[in-house]
Design a protein around this ligand. Structure first.
Ligand code: UD1
Ligand code: CA
Length: 419
């Protein structure tokens, strides 16, 4: 019989070791908050019944949660067992398997979650742990086994003796439980240290003493189950996620000349046969067409849309802008809050001065126009179809250059009027 599955995500912790005023679960990896990866994982694993436990800076964290998700609140951060306890009332009428996920585990894959649940349900374990063998297990809870290889307990690093510290098999933190057995164990978990912390991991020893079996699924390496507690681990998780994102683009036919020096956020879309040269950063929400040529040293910031056959070349920054098919912006330019049409040529050193000290202003550069090198467009301006600016022109605020017209100078004056 297929068992029902519910999930509890723990996201109440403060993340002291991050040494940051931002709650840990909102730190971003490749442009996306950690918590969103975990929420997405639950969705992709096909789990509908989810409770998330929030606590530290909860109002801030709640902004990142999808509508309709069940929220439990842990006001006093008394440890992972206490956090799970806070979530249980929301699962009062639920029967089946409860999967506990930590919101600081952003790299976990849905296939692994499904494998763990299958292993758990097929064997009727009281709980099933996702474990990993690590060369350097420091920081993680260690899996203690008896002579028959049965799991007897999880010992946290803080409490481990020298012998236990040598154990290389660690608790990734992802555990599924039989709901009834979890409820019973939660009542028996006692506070640990002076800080009065209740460890969820203590449930394992309780099961063992009762004769209930705890299963385990071992995964290779830690990449997938990396727990992010510090800035160093955040940087490491970012690297792993970045490799995954780049691999996906390479598989889609994107030519990335040097993956080591290319940084692409999680939701960027890139069309086939686009080439990306080294030292390029492409951020949140960018959509890039086919056969584009990007970089080297190109920074596409948030909400940039490039059509097909666009060249966004060397030493360039584009933000919140749309660039039409076949347009060239080849050398050291800044384009911000601008709509650029098709087949436009933007000369070297062109700058859209979009910020007037108070607000960002938008400009339009229409199809076929030619912006001479070193032009400054003080936004908002409108450059008409097939219009031209001479090299070094300063096009002042609110200027409208009509179709086919050429302007030049400081400030730019009409040289040749369009028809
Ligand atoms: C935990 C495990 C450890 C495991 C490691 C894997 C326990 C006691 N230890 O340690 O065995 O190897 O994860 O990464 O579970 N949280 C709350 N409320 C609290 C405390 C924590 O919601 O009162 C949340 C945190 O936001 C976090 C998660 O629980 O998402 C884990 O807490 P954390 O303090 O990071 O545990 P670790 O020390 O990493
Ligand atoms: Ca952790």
């Amino acid at each position: 019989m297929k068992k029902s599955i519910a999930c509890i995500i723990l996201a109440a912790g403060e993340g002291t070791r991050m040494k940051s005023s931002v709650p840990k679960v909102l730190h971003t990896i490749c442009g996306r908050p950690m918590i969103s990866y975990v929420l997405d994982l639950v969705k992709r694993s096909g789990i509908k019944n989810t409770v998330i436990v929030v606590g530290h800076k909860q109002n801030y964290v709640k902004n990142y949660l999808p509508k309709g998700i069940k929220i439990a609140v842990q006001n006093k951060l008394l440890g992972t067992a206490d956090a799970v306890k806070r979530a249980m009332p929301a699962l009062k009428s639920f029967k089946g398997t409860v999967l506990v996920l930590y919101a600081d585990n952003p790299l976990l894959k849905a296939e692994t979650v499904k494998k763990l649940l299958k292993h758990h349900n097929e064997n009727n374990f009281a709980a099933t742990l996702l474990t990993a063998k690590l060369e350097d297990p420091s920081g993680y809870g260690r899996i203690v086994r008896d002579k028959c290889n049965c799991i007897t307990k999880i010992i946290e690093q803080k409490e481990a003796n020298d012998f236990e510290k040598e154990i290389k098999e660690i608790n990734t933190g992802i555990i599924c439980f039989d709901k009834n057995k979890l409820t019973a164990a939660l009542k028996l978990i006692r506070a640990h240290n002076k800080k009065k912390e209740y460890y969820l991991t203590d449930a394992v020893e309780i099961f063992y003493q009762k004769g209930d079996i705890v299963g385990a699924l071992k995964i290779k390496g830690i990449n997938e189950a990396l727990g992010v507690n510090s800035q160093g681990e955040l940087a490491r998780a970012n690297k792993v996620m970045q490799r995954r994102i780049l691999r996906k683009h390479l598989e889609n036919g994107i030519r990335i000349k040097d993956p080591q020096s290319t940084f692409i956020d999680w939701d960027v879309e890139i069309g086939q046969d686009t080439e990306i040269y080294p030292f390029t950063v492409i951020e949140r929400g960018a959509k890039i067409g086919k056969r584009c040529h990007i970089g080297p040293f190109c920074h596409l910031r948030e909400n940039v849309k490039l059509g097909n056959d666009v060249t966004a070349g060397n030493f360039l920054e584009i933000v919140r802008s749309q660039i039409g098919d076949g347009t060239f912006i080849k050398h050291f330019s800044y384009v911000g809050d601008t709509f650029v049409g098709k087949s436009v040529n933007i000369g070297a050193g062109t700058v859209t001065a979009n910020f007037d000290g108070k607000k960002k202003n938008r400009s339009i550069i229409k199809d076929g126009s030619f912006i001479g090198s070193d032009t400054v467009l003080v936004s908002p301006v409108k450059v008409g179809r097939n219009a031209r600016t001479g090299a070094g022109s300063i096009v002042t605020k609110n200027s409208v250059i009509s179709d086919g017209t050429t302007v030049a100078g400081v400030p730019a004056k009409i040289l040749k009027r369009g028809k």
